[in-house]
Design a protein around this ligand. Sequence first.
Ligand code: A3P
Length: 450
Amino acid sequence: MQALSSNAVSISTVSNSTVKQTLFDVLSQFVITYDLDWDQPLEPETTCIADLGLSSVDFIQLVLAIESAFGQKFGFQDLLMQQGEYIEDVTVQKLEDFITGKLNNPNKDRADQVAVAVSSLPSDQRLQASQITTFKSMIAERFAELNNSPNNSSINRPDKNPRAIFVLAPPRSGSTLLRIILAGSSQLFSPPELHLLSYATLAQRKAALEGEATQQLLQGTIRAIAQIQNCSVETAEQTMALCEQNNLTTEDFYRLLQSWLDDRILVDKTPTYAFSLDTLTKAEQTFDAPIYIHLVRHPYGMIRSYEESKLERIIPIANVRHFSTRELAELTWLTSHDNILSFLQDIPLNRQHRLHYEDLVRDPYTSVRRLCQALKIDFCPDMLDPYGDMKQRMTDGGRKVSDMSGDLKFYLHSEIDASAADRWKQFHQVNFLSKSASNLANAFGYEMAD
Ligand code: A3P
């Protein structure tokens, strides 16, 4: 995949026929590169998903190929999101119209804010305390298994690993955006999700994640090695395989990574850590005075995002049949924040910082400046340009962008997008939160109606 390139068409001279031709060139090349099962001419009514057979991950690749050809970001979120819902498919004609519209008027097609009347679910149809307890113990049990190893050496080791920074948040809280913002600082090393702390050894980690739905989560460490060692993804894979064969503990693997970083501080943003208090405790046991960023998002925003992303397929721990997707999302929000808050109770205040996703996207300058103070690093304007140098920010995925371990929706935005903070309000029709989640949301400063 090319980076946004100097071969890109000259925007100042672009005409409708240039858009059509460039788009057809990109699509034709894409069909060949990705060996798509499509041997007919591309017509305006050809659809990307039903006809060309693109998966949502391929679609991200296509978006980047189009942006590369035109030499600019378009914010494809605006095309894919209509009246608060993701559209099912898109024709070549729609792509062309969208690009032409964006070139002529960059603010056209911003997702429109449609106010929706909100009603309330009766309390007996909301999650009950007993269901919350059941979910929490299921999660705790699952993580106890993962982190249980006879050679788990991390406990009470006298010399701890150097300081690290952890982003603690449930999934769908804007954590990928935050980790990429942090990757803009030269004092930090902030790779894609590492998925290490939950496991005692690398072998356990591999066994837990190597299934088809989750293998993408193994990519973060490989991308991190390739970046630090300035080597190819293939070489990084060999290094990782060697570490796995030697069955390094995750603690030793962190130490190895950190030994390559000189003075840069490792940032680990992996949302599943917050599923388990034991995992969070391991951060304190393993690292010297880590700093924790507690990222908070409105529960209805996180829940809507979780439902759209069908996250339960990717996070095996959340693959629990007893609950609907929406209930799982709420349980994940509640359990993660409960765990984080219990854990942070014993952490000195100068090693923790709470950040609201809504503040981050509405006022990134102030939020990131404050965050830098808390992390005791210099503020650097590059941090506010998460769509800058993809290699430095490790948003290139190594081989292809969709290998990036984290939220691929990041690629559909073109900037830190303030409108994402309130998007859920467009289709939020029912108040359904349990008492516990509602109270916690209030405690975080979100005004909750019954
Ligand atoms: P939505 O699904 O509501 O759009 P995480 O990385 O923790 O999984 O969070 C995913 C959420 O972050 C998604 O929310 C995604 O759109 C949002 N996000 C990603 N990049 C963003 C950007 N540039 N500006 C605003 N929000 C962004």
